[in-house]
Design a protein around this ligand. Structure first.
Ligand SMILES: [Zn+2]
Length: 315
């Protein structure tokens, strides 16, 4: 009508102060300081002017139950301490704020999907913790409680009626939880790379045809990563024609991150983000929700997130 085209260009930045209150102990690399480092760097770079900021809502049980068992939710709620810290495994612990932080983290992705689908924004980045991609249907592990990216992808399928969504995971660790939630679900293509052999020692047994896992050796560098993305990831992603692209954005494959042994740089995260944005523009009306996963050296994490969200925002 009238030929006026409205082009949505804004990028949502979704977080919540509750995500800073989840704390597994001063020794733990998955620390509240990660989110502070990201926001401090954004402000120092003047990036905060270019994003639409939103508070993450609490995910509902209905949204969580699309990918998690009722038993998992009940067990987490039951373990949630009134005081102190309760360990679920040697790496994964709850303090009195963890339950709410985990609900906010999952809720951030749901809000991101709603904002993108309503065209209020073009795409969204969720700066949340706890991360999610190790959380299985019925199990918390590896710093993760709810599988945030899986909850978001399931929301796009169930609440918005999409029929094909892709989850791309470039964290240095295999997203075993996302695989557990979506294996054999033909509405979801999961594409990942991860250091192998490495925690959680999964992902090499090709459990289902909708999983494209690329194990890479410690020491993998920029050229090797980009070649793999060009030759393996992108052809399969384009063939699938996703209607929405979800990114498990872990930055622990950065060369400064000593939790992993890979050798990527900020520019590689920019580059892969550009490639994914290009596919989203071709097949998914530009729809992307990206969620923070790993990344543990604070300065590298902050620089990588800035590089990633600048691409999302077209800066
Ligand atoms: Zn990781």
């Amino acid at each position: 009508m009238g030929g006026r085209e409205t082009k949505v260009t804004s990028t949502a930045f979704i977080s919540h102060r509750d995500c800073h209150l989840h704390d597994m102990g001063s020794y733990h690399p998955e620390s509240p300081a990660r989110l502070s480092a990201i926001s401090d760097h954004m402000i120092a770079q003047g990036l905060d002017h270019y994003f639409a900021f939103y508070d993450a809502p609490l995910a509902s049980f209905e949204q969580l139950l699309r990918v998690h068992s009722a038993f998992h939710l009940e067990r987490l709620k039951r373990n949630s301490p009134a005081l102190g810290i309760v360990h679920l495994d040697p790496d994964t612990a709850m303090n009195p704020h963890t339950w709410n932080a985990a609900l906010r983290s999952a809720g951030a992705g749901v809000l991101g999907v709603d904002l993108v689908m309503s065209r209020e924004v073009q795409n969204a980045f969720c700066a949340v913790r706890p991360p999610g991609h190790h959380a299985e249907r019925a199990n918390a592990m590896g710093f993760c409680f709810f599988n945030n990216i899986a909850v978001a992808a399931a929301h796009a399928l169930k609440a918005h009626g999409l029929s094909r969504v892709a989850v791309i995971d470039f964290d240095v660790h295999h997203g075993n939880g996302t695989e557990d939630c979506f294996k054999n679900n033909e509405q979801v293509l999961m594409i990942s790379m991860f250091q192998h052999p490495f925690y959680p020692y999964s992902g090499t047994d090709h459990p289902a045809s909708n999983m494209l896992n690329v194990p890479l050796p410690s020491g993998t560098n920029s050229d090797e990563f980009r070649q793999m993305v060009n030759e393996v990831w992108l052809p399969r992603l384009r063939e699938f024609k996703p209607e929405f692209i979800f990114i498990s954005a872990g930055f622990d494959a950065h060369h400064e991150d000593d939790l992993g042994g890979m050798k990527l740089h900020e520019r590689d995260f920019s580059w892969v983000s550009e490639q994914l944005k290009q596919v989203a523009d071709e097949t998914a009306q530009g729809r992307i929700v990206s969620m923070l996963e790993g990344g543990y050296v604070l300065s590298a994490l902050a620089r990588c997130v800035a590089a990633h969200i600048k691409v999302l925002a077209g800066l």
